[in-house]
Design a protein around this ligand. Structure first.
Ligand SMILES: NC(=O)C1=CN([C@@H]2O[C@H](COP(=O)(O)OP(=O)(O)OC[C@H]3O[C@@H](n4cnc5c(N)ncnc54)[C@H](O)[C@@H]3O)[C@@H](O)[C@H]2O)[C@@H](O)CC1
Ligand SMILES: Nc1ncnc2c1ncn2[C@@H]1O[C@H](COP(=O)(O)OP(=O)(O)O)[C@@H](O)[C@H]1O
Ligand SMILES: [K+]
Length: 461
């Protein structure tokens, strides 16, 4: 996993003070990293338009123009006069070298957006919006320097933002690049070297971006085993029985030795999945909430208070009963609407979904502070998983998963790992990664996936 930072100004400052690396030096390295990326990945392209704002993001762009001058047909467009000391200095250097400064925008093979970086601190005016809209209309390869212009430090987009193919971010990964909203703008994210090893540049953080290598699949290492060695998951099915059945199938394919669906009505289940009317005696984990609908409170309370691992989803986030388990190490998997209800029930915040989506990290952090034992998995384009105020982001998922039933598969995967003895946080991380990475392996098109395809892909991981 890689660290995420809410801000990097303090990291830059530490470089100046502790390592005696000047702003000029860091900027030279930042621009060199961008130049290297462009030379290595876009060498067949001829023309490059670099659009610069007045601050140090613009200064990065002016430096880049100097470094690529004569190697490509570089055009430097200054959207506003250079204001920062570095921008003024870089402009003098660019002028001295004869870099082509143009007065009008024109299309190019590659455009590099250096209008605003981390300094964006007010709404864009009409001119900025028009500029960004024009750039978005070009068919060029679009590279954002540090962060696509228009995304603020909280990862919010108030009006427009550059739709980048690639974001080359300076020094370290920023949290703002991993909000759900940002996902439509950032493209591929590359970290630029600032002339200091990343482990030296970075300090501690409580936020992490998950890598594929953080997925710890339930491979079987012991030869002397039997079905009981891999746990027994009980999936509680309610009025929408399909949800529980999808979860049970996913769980079985993900390694649980036994899977039973708990339901009072008789169900038509695949032969390898058992049905029970009450919780099994040897049950090692319970998955509950998916499609639960109406239910008898005392019965659910009994289940929630059982001393086994639990994954709780969907309908239970609308019931005060949920507050009774928040001192346990349970896994909760709400989507944004369900999380808004949960926040209200546990008196953390009374907000709507758009406020949550604008500040996902903030509300997850608030929840995790109040309930440090709970593993929360907030669904979305970029899933956030938290426990004890540590946050982990899974950015592997895509719109392929935007289907009814995808969440039920996820509940089954988490339940399966809990049943097999994974700790709650490890179960949530591995299940979430398996869910998203498997969906990427589905090769047909991005609208046709159904839960059984997803389960098939998970079985092939
Ligand atoms: N400090 C350092 O050591 C380094 C800084 N770097 C670059 O510096 C950038 C940060 O530079 P700055 O702090 O100068 O900030 P920016 O260059 O992001 O922009 C700030 C400028 O834009 C103005 N501004 C902000 N919002 C505006 C709006 N909506 N409309 C019009 N004007 C607006 C501000 O008043 C200021 O003049 C980073 O994103 C990164 O690209 C990199 O070169 C790496 C090294
Ligand atoms: N655009 C997307 N990008 C990444 N993941 C997505 C996207 N849309 C949905 N998902 C994932 O799909 C799942 C949907 O779950 P949920 O909304 O609970 O569906 P259901 O309850 O119908 O099964 C979640 O894991 C979510 O993170
Ligand atoms: K930018």
């Amino acid at each position: 996993m890689q660290k995420l930072f809410d801000e990097v100004n303090s990291l830059d400052k530490r470089c100046y003070e502790k390592f005696l690396l000047s702003e000029d030096l860091l900027m030279e390295h930042a621009a060199s990293s961008m130049a290297l990326y462009i030379s290595e990945n876009h060498s067949s392209y001829k023309s490059i338009l670099i659009i610069c704002g007045s601050g140090n993001n613009g200064a990065d762009g002016i430096t880049l123009a100097r470094l690529l001058h004569t190697k490509f047909d570089v055009k430097l467009y200054l959207f506003s006069d250079a204001k920062s000391e570095m921008a003024k200095l870089q402009l003098q250097r660019a002028h001295a070298l004869g870099v082509n400064v143009v007065d009008e925008l024109s299309n190019a093979d590659v455009i590099v957006d250096c209008i605003f970086g981390t300094g964006l601190n007010k709404p864009l005016n009409q001119n900025c919006e028009n500029l960004i809209n024009t750039l978005n209309s070009y068919e060029s390869i679009k590279i954002a320097c540090d962060i696509p212009s228009g995304i603020n430090s909280l990862g919010q987009v108030e009006s427009v933002a550059l739709e980048a193919d690639v974001t080359i971010t300076m020094g370290a990964l920023k949290t703002s690049l991993f909000t759900d909203v940002a996902k439509d703008y950032v493209g591929k994210i590359v970290v630029a070297d600032l002339g200091i090893q990343r482990n030296l540049y970075e300090l501690d953080s409580n936020k992490y971006l998950l890598d594929e290598s953080d997925m710890n699949l339930p491979f079987r290492n012991k030869k002397n085993s039997h079905k009981g060695s891999f746990g027994h998951l009980n999936v509680v099915a309610g009025c929408k029985k399909g949800a529980g059945i999808i979860a049970a199938k996913a769980a079985f394919g993900f390694g649980a030795g036994l899977v039973s669906v708990v339901c009072h009505e008789n169900l038509d289940l695949p032969y390898h999945i058992m049905q029970t009317h009450f919780i099994s005696e040897n049950c090692t984990a319970i998955a509950i909430g998916m499609g639960l609908g109406k239910y008898e409170t005392q019965e659910i309370r009994r289940l929630l208070n059982k001393d086994v691992a639990k994954i709780i989803d969907a309908d239970l986030f609308y019931d005060e009963l949920i507050c009774e388990v928040l001192n346990q190490e349970v896994v909760l998997t709400p989507h944004p609407k369900e999380f808004v209800s949960l926040l209200k029930l546990c008196a953390i915040a009374d907000i709507d979904v758009s406020e949550l989506q604008n500040n996902r990290f903030l509300y997850v952090q608030m929840f995790s502070k109040k309930y440090p034992k709970v593993v929360l998995l907030l669904k979305g384009a970029n899933v956030i998983i938290s426990q004890n105020e540590k946050l982990f982001v899974n950015s592997f998922g895509s719109a392929v998963l935007s289907k009814g039933g995808s969440g039920d598969v996820l509940s089954g995967l988490v339940g399966s790992l809990l049943a097999q003895g994974y700790k709650a946080l490890d179960a949530a991380i591995t299940a979430s990664l398996a869910h998203a990475i498997a969906s990427r392996n589905y090769k047909k098109n991005n609208y046709s996936l159904i839960p059984s395809h997803l389960v098939e892909e998970i079985r092939k991981l």
